[in-house]
Design a protein around this ligand. Sequence first.
Ligand code: NOJ
Length: 573
Amino acid sequence: MTEWWRHAVIYQIYPRSFGDGDGDGMGDLAGITARMQYLADLGIDALWLSPVFASPQVDHGYDISDYRDIDPLFGTLEDMDELIATAHDYGIRVTLDFVPNHTSDQHQWFTAAVASGRGSPERARYLFRDGRGPNGDEPPNNWKSVFGGPSWTRVDEPDGSPGQWYYHLFAPEQPDLNWRNPEVVAEFASVLRFWLDRGADGFRIDVSDALIKDDAWPDTATGEPIIPKGEDSPVHEVYREFRRVMDAYPGDRMAVIETGAEDEIVSLFIRPDEMHLAFNFKFVHAGFDGPKLRAAIDSSLAANAAVGAPTTWVTDNHDTPRSVSRLGQNATLAGAYVPGTMASGIFQEVDLELGTRRARALALVLLALPGAAYIYNGQELGLPNVDDLPDEVLQDPIWERSGRTVRGRDGCRIPVPWTTGANLGFSRARAKPWLPIPREWASLSVAAQHASADSMLTLYREALRVRRASTALGRGTLRWVSAPGEADDLLVLDMVGEGSTVRVVVNLSGAAIDLPEGELLLASQPVSAGQLPAIAAAWVALPPAPSIADRLISAVGDLTEAIPIVPTLRPGG
Ligand code: NOJ
């Protein structure tokens, strides 16, 4: 068992936005397969594809109507087979999004639940409750949806009378399943098998900690839902079952948990008999703030070490404003994105040069730390968030659900620029990309960055090449060198691997600092005269420490110099 996932670099593809193979303006599976060489050259180990399954696309695929089919928007099952086979030919593993918390309201189970009426086994697969008030006109409790508005929607009963309410943590088109029902567990175990049989190397599990709700459904002071996640929550038994399913397959399959919970809770989901990895959102929200970064690193490593699991490192994804823009605000604001609100930030006064400089430095932290690292498509190009999309092109359901007050996540989902030509190479010339691509992104395109020594793309490629060749980066053990009290200006840590140590120096201050002695492997800004400029990071291979034998020889040498040689005394002599 290689447990490749313990130190893998996993690249998240947002399929709508990666590459358009059929020229309809929407990215698809063929567009990904056609660009596999790029991914291989980048040097990643695995892919995570955001959902490509049959879906009305209310939440861009996080509303699935058939878990065993591909949405025609993205291609066919055969296209997926080809994608997996091509990736495997390049030695790249493929992990798929798995969305167990809710289905689409168009899923056959849900339409059957509405049609079958109160008390039916079909309804028992979802969370239907009677309403409150004399005619059941009021929702069963006051919990709010993550996307805005109430989390309950009322259905009409089969006879046309106003009926029960169903619970949806997200949009009304995303009804939550009842994970206390064994039939639901069995069905999703079978979905896992379907994709494992087709060659998937693993899964990213959407809102994985939210499957079980407090079944007393009490009102809460703020309208926040109560979602038991602790050791006693039945949610852990669900993951034990998933783990049994995955362990029955050869090939070291892996699943990563998505949860924004506190580290000690997160680590419960990655105990040896549950899932393998968990996203580390504290790291996302630490921005470029030294003390927050250090705290996020320490607390996550400690909590996961207690259960023997590795940690993941993430700065960007399809729900979060892109880091180049986030980090281009002042340091305090850079961490201010609030988990769960999915706001798009409409940033004021973003300094993209500063944000890019910080993002370059942070890339060398992300890719050095012990564990698995995630890269979100376009992050390696230094794409900024697009915060000036006109209202009429916005697509995220959050926009409408919030009464057009929260603009949503479209700004981090803009299609990737590949060339400087028409549609920046994302799609054919006459197509209209599903979200407009800023023309000025020509200079950020893969073609424009490919051969440039100081581009973000070159930094990522180099970092991944150096990491792959190293026993220390990503794989070794972390040892802090700088003191916690220095974190405002400086983070220095050693990654200690087998036979080599790489020192990671992060200069958060406004002035250049001296780098330690050793071989400079990579720096996020040019280093001259052994000095690392302000707001930059570097990897330095430390000179090999003398072996114990060398140390003994030199200690004996020192002794023999210091002490006059005494003739050996023979017993009795
Ligand atoms: C988390 C996903 O990352 C997000 O994009 C989605 O809207 C929600 N879960 C609901 O599935």
